[in-house]
Design a protein around this ligand. Sequence first.
Ligand code: ADP
Ligand code: MG
Length: 349
Amino acid sequence: ITTSGVRRIQSLAPRLANQIAAGEVVERPSSVVKELVENAIDAGSSRIEIELESGGSRLIQVRDNGSGIEHDDLGLALSRHATSKITSLDDLEGVASLGFRGEALAATSAVSRLELYSNTSDDPVNGWRVVAEGREMAPRLSPAPHPRGTTVTVRDLFFNTPARRKFLRTEKTEFNHVEEAFRRLALSRQDVDLVLRHNQKTVHQLMGGNSQAAMEKRIAQLLGRSFLENAIHIDMAATGLALKGWVGLPSHTRSQADQQYFFVNGRVIRDRLVAHAVRQAYRDVLFHGRHPVFVLYLDLDAHGVDVNVHPTKHEVRFRDGRLVHDFLFSSLHRALAEVRPNERTAPEP
Ligand code: ADP
Ligand code: MG
């Protein structure tokens, strides 16, 4: 404070700036899992293994067999606004990767004990390890064997931000959030092998495959057999738009909107326009207070959708919202109209 009583302006120390920014990206263990698995997917991995202890508050480890990170980039990977995924505004407007903000690793490492192993070669001895712990800003690099790919280990999430740590719920609740994030990721990329372990137990083990049968098997494992037994398969296209997936029969609804998965260009989203189109399509066939189930994939040109709306990227903005809404509504409406009337009665008990 100066003699005039006005507080002086100071730049925040990078670590503090990262901790503040972490508030937007890292809410709980499931957010870390989402970000790390998205990175693994962006790196072209065909197999991703997730290991947790204590709902993720003690340990989150994500191991992939993707491209790895070049030695000279390892320090940058952990710093804020550093990304290999875009270099210009043009890139952003057509972005196809899940990440592009260059924030997740910086934010996570600011609020946990983070270790990263990576190797871009097929010889395991060429691996490197980076640690970012405590107040240290410059990450330390040392040689460490690792197969091609990357492993990120996040221990003691929020250990240095007690106010945040207090918001963590029970181990079971946190794990449930992680499992839901896992379901979304697993449904978004059926071609990738995915393993989820919690406290040394395998909870999910999914083999990747591109066939319809592989996808149905995956859905059954993630959402239960009854999902597909009571769903209509959809495969529709219009100019520049494609919609695929499954929507539940009006007779197979739920009391909560907890089995609704909507992907836009491989990214799970929550969108009011989408929700509205679905509600309209079901309007005449659904009982009050019941919610339909669906797993739907909408694909359109990347330029037709803005994904840079929110740090978690769960929201999007469609360039032509009207067109998307009407296409969704008419596709679902048509599919539901083909259902036999006796399948349109009474909700399940
Ligand atoms: P973003 O994903 O938005 O680029 P991140 O902070 O999540 O930002 O990651 C920073 C950079 O680190 C990425 O752009 C990528 O180059 C590299 N990276 C992170 N995780 C991986 C991974 N699992 N495999 C290969 N590269 C990775
Ligand atoms: Mg990322």
